[in-house]
Design a protein around this ligand. Structure first.
Ligand code: B12
Ligand code: SF4
Length: 459
């Protein structure tokens, strides 16, 4: 039995534009969902994982599979449907799962043979068995998986072409920010994988550098922090020899022992969502967590950096309080906080989120020709009606923000800072240069976008 597991690409996502900017090579991340599915697949299936981010193959020239499994974020949905249609025309059954299939079930079910909602661990073996006997059901629902059922991912199935391996140690998040789908999809409780499983899986990863995909590696409560410390101790003891980056909330900075243990275990950088500088907007986003303790963010960033870890800060543009000039304000604040890298993203109503419900009820979803428009739901295109900014205006703000933050002078200052403080200056340089390279690519994409959408109609 032959199984293809496919990660569809979206040409509007900068990571796939490696030819246009070679730095993007370092931004292609492994599709962990498919490696986990492969880990759940019994040996009688011959598995190929196809990651279209490395280039889409000629499927017709490949041996005919018995089953195709497709994963998709919302931004990948269009291409997922193209691939599904192609295989279904050949008579090959297609099952689709992942976040988009779960949040847009009705749309997806019309385009594939079978749909898997939720986490797959509890249902994938059954799906394979049913496919083998030609009796696939229309829908399977995995709900929330038992953490002990998460298999070791098949890291061996994806070869060269990646700068980073990928691993997951927790699922779920209690914070339920209005713009994020994680709580709706993975539940409101942190669920930890067993530490020995995580260590064993780290040992299977070939790459020296690893992305820990958890939404918040350390969690928020004292018991989560204690678990994170135990994990870091176990990783150090196993002498993994890996360098890794992860996502965390700003409370990472509050515990010197945690910082020291993380650094010792190989942590070289963290992505932190600051989202906005306005307390009232943080409250509206549901991210009041960032407001706790009258925090001095610059000092928090510094504390992390003193342990030789880089800090990438994420901000949202297009909040109801954001007015013209927001691009400059974000670039300046990110520089003031002292982050090594800035990820500024448009406020985007993703299906299944509270923000989606709110914007939909207010008639503020501007790009709503679905499924075609999903390709713009990358957080790098404005897709909603923003309160004080026109569509053309907010694009200009974004371009200005990135030009300002990624000016050569500011890059050199930051890289010099990371060299001085022994914080992986090379990673900092590559991350900064790839972001700078993408400003030009994005400007071109925005010009096409404006032309195609005839901007002005909903400004
Ligand atoms: C790592 C990650 C990335 C990596 C992607 C690596 C990769 N190639 O997969 C990077 C950094 C590149 C990335 C980019 C983006 N991401 Co992202 N990302 C994540 C993150 C943090 C973890 C994903 C992960 O690996 N999980 C671990 C695996 C094991 O879980 P899983 O993917 O859910 O898979 C399980 C089930 O869904 C199911 N399943 C999945 N696929 C399939 C397929 C079949 C056939 C079956 C049966 C089951 C099944 O089984 C798996 C095992 O249970 C998630 C948040 C989250 N917790 O999921 C956000 C998340 C997926 N990202 C999100 C977004 C918005 C994006 C971007 C659009 C914007 C951005 N800048 O972040 C881009 C777009 C990329 C693109 N190609 O279009 C949103 C997606 C929401 C949505 N409706 O689409 C999420 C949910 C975060 C959020 N804020 O809401 N992301
Ligand atoms: S944005 Fe981060 S903190 Fe907020 S709900 Fe999503 S994963 Fe949790």
């Amino acid at each position: 039995m032959r199984l293809y597991l496919i990660n569809p690409s979206n040409p509007l996502v900068s990571i796939v534009n490696v030819k246009e900017s070679r730095w993007n090579r370092y931004r292609v991340w492994k599709p962990l969902s498919l490696m986990v599915l492969a880990g759940l697949t019994p040996p009688e299936w011959e598995i190929s994982i196809v990651d279209e981010n490395l280039g889409a193959p000629d499927y017709l020239a490949m041996p005919r599979p018995d089953l195709v499994g497709i994963t998709a974020f919302t931004s990948q949905a269009n291409r997922a449907y193209e691939v599904a249609t192609g295989f279904r025309r050949l008579g090959v059954p297609v099952v689709m799962g992942g976040i988009h299939a779960t949040m847009c079930l009705k749309e997806v079910i019309e385009r594939v043979d079978s749909i898997a909602t939720g986490e797959a661990e509890g249902v994938w073996p059954q799906i394979l068995e049913d496919a083998r006997h030609g009796r696939l059901k229309r829908r399977y629902d995995g709900g929330l998986a038992e953490m002990k059922d998460i298999p070791l991912a098949r890291h061996d199935l994806l070869g060269e072409g990646y700068a980073f391996g990928a691993i997951q140690t927790t699922r779920g998040c209690p914070l339920n920010c209005s713009f994020c789908s994680v709580t709706a999809f993975n539940g409101a409780h942190y669920r930890h994988r067993h530490i020995p499983d995580v260590v064993r899986e780290f040992q299977l990863i070939r790459e020296k550098h690893v992305l820990v995909v958890d939404d918040n590696l350390i969690g928020t409560g004292p018991q989560h922090i204690a678990h994170a410390k135990d994990l870091f101790r176990a990783m150090t003891q196993a002498n993994l020899g890996k360098e890794w980056v992860a996502q965390a909330t700003i409370n990472f900075a509050d515990d010197e022992e945690l910082l020291a243990l993380a650094a010792k275990a190989g942590c070289r950088g963290v992505f932190i969502g600051f989202e906005t500088l306005a307390p009232e907007a943080l409250l509206k986003l549901g991210k009041k967590f960032n407001l706790l303790n009258g925090r001095d963010i610059r000092a928090s960033v510094r504390r992390i950096q003193r342990h030789h870890m880089l800090v990438a800060g994420s901000f949202i543009m297009g909040l109801d309080i954001d007015e013209p000039g927001i691009g400059k304000r974000i670039a300046d604040v990110a520089s003031r906080y002292g982050v090594d890298n800035l990820n500024a993203l448009f406020l985007t109503p993703l299906p299944g989120t509270r923000l989606w419900d709110q914007m939909k009820s207010e008639g503020r979803i501007a790009l709503d020709r679905f499924p075609e428009d999903w390709k713009y739901y990358t957080l790098t295109f404005p897709v909603a009606r923003y309160k004080h900014l026109s569509l053309g205006g907010i694009i200009e703000e974004m371009i200005f923000c990135n030009r300002e933050f990624y000016s050569m002078l500011r890059i050199l200052r930051r890289v010099w800072g990371s060299l001085w403080q022994h914080r992986k200056p090379l990673i900092s340089l590559v991350a900064n240069l790839s972001s700078r390279g993408n400003i030009r690519l994005n400007s071109k994409a925005y010009a096409d976008f404006k032309r195609q959408r005839a901007i002005g109609t909903f400004e």
